[in-house]
Design a protein around this ligand. Structure first.
Ligand code: SF4
Ligand code: SF4
Length: 387
């Protein structure tokens, strides 16, 4: 079974269809404005604080096989590829954004990551936030709010800046507007079949990092027009018979994007991406006008249902909503090698999808190398054949 390609580009030339070019334009513009960059590795970093002091939050490179050999000269080989790749980028001076960043924010989400931060903290001012991981505890909000307050002090001290409450409130509104626009866009993925493929979906999500809400709104209007024209012309990705796939698990990007390609080449249509690199963060809103924007930011970020949380009921609840909204036929849970939290939680996710929603599931453990491409392809094709 194959899926036909659809005509592009989705993001038309006026706004540049080239994501790398668009990203470089964004960086150059911010450099010309002499704004400082702050590097991040995870969704728990509250970007609103960084923007509120006039700095630019940037996600650091973390998903290439090429930097792993350099990392393995220091780190154990049986470590999550995301951590090894991040460290390898730094060790080989190939993460442009790390080079540009004047500070790095980390969190204690998993052991490998937090120990990796120790190895890079001499290179840049590095602040590690101690993430409470028992989300149902009574004092969890207070503890995380305290960590967000400490981040504020770190940023203000490092950059000799002031993060004013009204600026933070404005950035909260900005985040909510952008999340609303992108989450609304995901409605296209509810169509049967949808009018775009997964790469285009990623391209749209990628706009979040390089636009403000006004720019994003203008871009979205153009993108929606293109998609509406496709729908009117009967152009879509796949057919009504193509298996609709919800991909869950670890963040997917760069060299782990092979899994996405294999699913589509096997005839699947990806309608939902549960991971942080996909849709997870966009359903969360920060409460506006509370009078305590720092706490509002802390409470919202704490709602991210990462597998580092235990118990992680929020992830099952989010999965329920995604399944109801996007109506997948199957769930494919992607776990990066040596990511113990997502790996152990995979059992719960698969049982939940099978017994609560009656969906067939497949767990794929992989890394950034291409040695398992054919094995993954065989398993995905067998899954689709069984439907
Ligand atoms: S999966 Fe967890 S640790 Fe990884 S980026 Fe997402 S929130 Fe952070
Ligand atoms: S994928 Fe898992 S092990 Fe790797 S950095 Fe994220 S939470 Fe940690």
């Amino acid at each position: 079974m194959t899926v036909s390609n659809i005509p592009g580009p989705l993001i038309n030339d006026r706004y540049k269809s080239d994501p790398v070019g668009r990203f470089l334009d964004f960086i150059l513009k911010k450099r010309e404005q002499e704004l400082p960059f702050v590097g991040l590795y995870c969704g728990y970093a509250p970007v609103e604080l960084i923007r509120a002091m006039g700095a630019v939050p940037v996600s650091l490179c973390a998903s290439s096989q090429r930097t792993i050999p350099a990392a393995e000269a220091v780190l154990p080989a049986n470590l999550c590829p995301l951590i090894k790749s991040s460290f390898g980028f730094i060790r080989t001076n190939t993460c442009l954004l790390f080079e540009l960043s004047e500070a790095v924010i980390g969190e204690t989400t998993c052991d490998g990551k937090k120990k990796m931060f120790e190895l890079i903290s001499h290179l840049k001012p590095t602040h590690v936030m101690d993430l409470p991981q028992l989300p149902d505890e009574e004092d969890v909000r207070e503890r995380w709010t305290e960590m967000v307050s400490k981040l504020k002090i770190f940023l203000e001290t490092t950059f000799q800046a002031n993060i004013a409450a009204d600026r933070l409130e404005a950035e909260i509104r900005e985040t909510n507007k952008k999340c609303g626009l992108i989450d609304g866009f995901f409605d296209y993925m509810t169509l049967h079949p949808p009018p775009l493929n997964c790469q285009e979906l990623y391209d749209v999500i990628g706009l979040d990092a390089v636009t403000n809400s006004g720019e994003l709104q203008a871009l979205m209007a153009g993108i929606s027009r293109t998609l509406d024209e496709r729908i009117a012309a009967g152009i879509c990705f796949g057919t009504p018979a193509s298996p609709r796939v919800l991909v869950s698990g670890c963040p997917i990007g760069g060299d782990s994007g092979k899994v996405i390609r294999i699913i589509e080449e096997a005839g699947g249509v990806i309608v939902a991406l549960e991971a942080c690199s996909g849709m997870k963060g966009y359903s969360i809103r920060i409460e506006e006008g509370t009078g305590d924007p720092l706490r509002a930011v802390a409470e919202a970020t704490l709602k991210i249902p990462c597998s580092c949380m235990t118990p992680n009921g929020g992830r099952l609840a989010m999965l329920d909503k995604m399944i109801r909204r996007f109506r997948p036929d199957v769930v494919i849970d992607v776990v990066l090698h040596a990511c113990h939290a997502y790996n152990v939680e995979s059992y719960k996710i698969m049982k939940h999808a099978q017994y609560r929603h009656g969906l067939p599931c497949l767990k794929i453990e992989t890394d950034y190398s291409d040695g398992d491409v054919e094995q993954i392809r065989t398993r995905v094709e067998a899954l689709f054949d069984s439907l």
